[in-house]
Design a protein around this ligand. Structure first.
Ligand code: C2O
Ligand code: CU
Length: 472
């Protein structure tokens, strides 16, 4: 089972690890860091409180973060890091109301922790170094929590991210409910990119342009393989759960220019299927699509269309995969016209209760620093359980930032004054360059330490994050 037995006492990693990457978020001087002294009590309470709902079960998963030789393309081995030796790590699948119990063993040469991106877990299980001690090399740690929501989520380390995610440590986490829409097939597509040197090895984090833009690797991956070929049967409609695990790449997804239906986003299903032929996935975004039907013999490019996020360099249209349509198969698709009822949290005109400024500045010590409310590692005012939050995310910089809130879903009320095309639950939203996004969310009864940050890993590492408490 689980308890603190699995957890070896650790040294304070911020003083014991001289090898942290130069741009790691530990490098920015006097910041509020580290788990509170009583973190282990909060952890033990959370472990004990995690019971499956009646009729549900405990799903046990073992994850080993390890070094591996991985072939992004056949015949070319790259030294990578991976969960259970595969990129992406295993897709974790469970039902709403199940308890997930994850035994993580760290076989990396450096500490790690795992964050469950998008899951509404207790603060103690959020997997950041603000709520627990990092898991040291050789140590094992158990996460245990109940799954309250259906949707497409993902997991990734929350330490030295520009190295650990880039090398391949990430995986999808799918939570289903009993009455999901019925499609002919389902697949999970995790998008990523890596920057390889001429020996086929992953480049270490760079400086200057890369710390400004974030890393956009020229090798584009779907489920750990470079520009693969996918197949679909003619006449069928599939559910694609797509995760953008890239460090910095915005994917303006197109499937051969054909229409598809959006069924869900970060926080599960939306009100009603939304017909479109492209969708923007910022880093960390997820989307569930109904794709097809197509005709036998067709071949479609799955690509990212040109998107200008204000970064240096010329945005281009780039391929992620090719979809080939095979022989016809019968279809039994049933997609209801209404997928779910989402109650609006607040009208679009609601007065903001807080402003969050995303910006940057130059510092003598670190070059470009990315800031929240003009500070790196900003410590934001606490939020009170049950008090509606209406936040204006104000981007004072000339580049887009994907804003991510830990632990709670929000609704987007406005983007530059306009309502979004549909109502949804999100945990990541793009804040356009010089733009303003209004969101609403409700601190539910999960007090503790949380954070929000830019999900461009290099911006996060360069300080664009904030910590705050949820209090009763
Ligand atoms: Cu996927 Cu703190 O994030
Ligand atoms: Cu950013």
């Amino acid at each position: 089972m689980t308890d603190a037995r699995h957890h070896r006492p650790v040294l304070d990693p911020h003083h014991s690890d001289p090898d942290r990457a130069p741009h790691d978020h530990g490098s920015h001087g006097p910041v509020a860091h580290g788990a509170p002294p009583d973190w282990q009590d909060a952890y033990t309470r959370a472990v004990e409180a995690a019971r499956p709902e009646p009729g549900r079960r405990v799903v046990t998963v073992t994850l080993e973060a390890m070094e591996v030789e991985w072939e992004f393309r056949p015949g070319r081995a790259t030294r990578a890091w991976a969960f259970n030796g595969q990129i992406p790590g295993p897709t974790i699948e469970a039902q709403v109301g199940d308890v997930l119990e994850i035994h993580l063993t760290n076989r990396l040469p450096e500490p790690t922790v795992i964050h469950w991106h998008g899951l509404r877990v207790p603060a103690a299980m959020d997997g950041t170094d603000m709520v627990q001690h990092p898991v040291m090399p050789g140590a094992t740690f158990t996460y245990r929590y109940r799954l309250p929501d259906a949707g497409t989520f993902w997991y990734h380390p929350h330490l030295n991210e520009t190295v650990q995610l880039e090398r391949g440590l990430y995986g999808a986490l799918v939570v289903r409910e009993d009455d999901e829409p019925r499609l002919d097939a389902e697949r999970v597509l995790v998008l990523d990119d890596v920057q390889l040197d001429r020996h086929g090895q992953i480049k270490p984090p760079g400086w200057w342009i890369e710390s400004h833009n974030g890393r956009v690797g020229s090798t584009r991956l779907v489920n750990g393989r470079r520009e693969p070929e996918l197949g679909i049967a003619a006449g069928q409609v599939e559910r694609w759960r797509i995760v953008n695990a890239s460090s910095a790449r915005y994917v303006r997804l197109s499937i051969g220019g054909r229409p598809f239906r959006i069924l869900g986003t970060d926080g599960g299903l939306i009100d009603a299927p939304f017909l479109t032929s492209e969708v923007l996935l910022t880093p960390a975004d997820r989307v569930d699509l109904a794709v097809g039907p197509f005709e036998e013999g067709e071949s479609l490019e799955i690509e990212s269309l040109r998107y200008n996020r204000g970064a240096f360099g010329i945005p281009r249209r780039e391929r992620f995969a090719t979809l080939r349509v095979g022989p016809r198969a019968p279809s039994h698709v049933r997609i209801p016209g209404r997928l779910r009822h989402i109650e609006p949290l607040a009208p679009g005109s609601a007065e903001p209760t807080r402003e969050v400024h995303l910006g940057w500045k130059l510092s003598r010590a670190h070059g470009v620093e990315f800031t929240i409310n003009r500070e790196i590692h900003h410590r934001a005012a606490p939020c009170v359980v049950g008090e509606l939050q209406v936040w204006d995310l104000v981007n004072g910089s000339p580049v887009d930032h994907p804003f991510h809130l830990h632990g709670f879903f929000f609704q987007v009320l406005q983007v530059n004054g306009d309502p979004p095309p549909f109502l949804s639950w999100e945990d990541t939203v793009n804040v356009p360059a010089r733009g303003r996004v209004r969101i609403a969310w409700l601190p539910d009864d999960r007090p503790g330490e949380w954070m929000y940050h830019c999900h461009i890993l290099e911006h996060h590492a360069a300080g664009m994050m904030a910590h705050f408490d949820v209090v009763r």
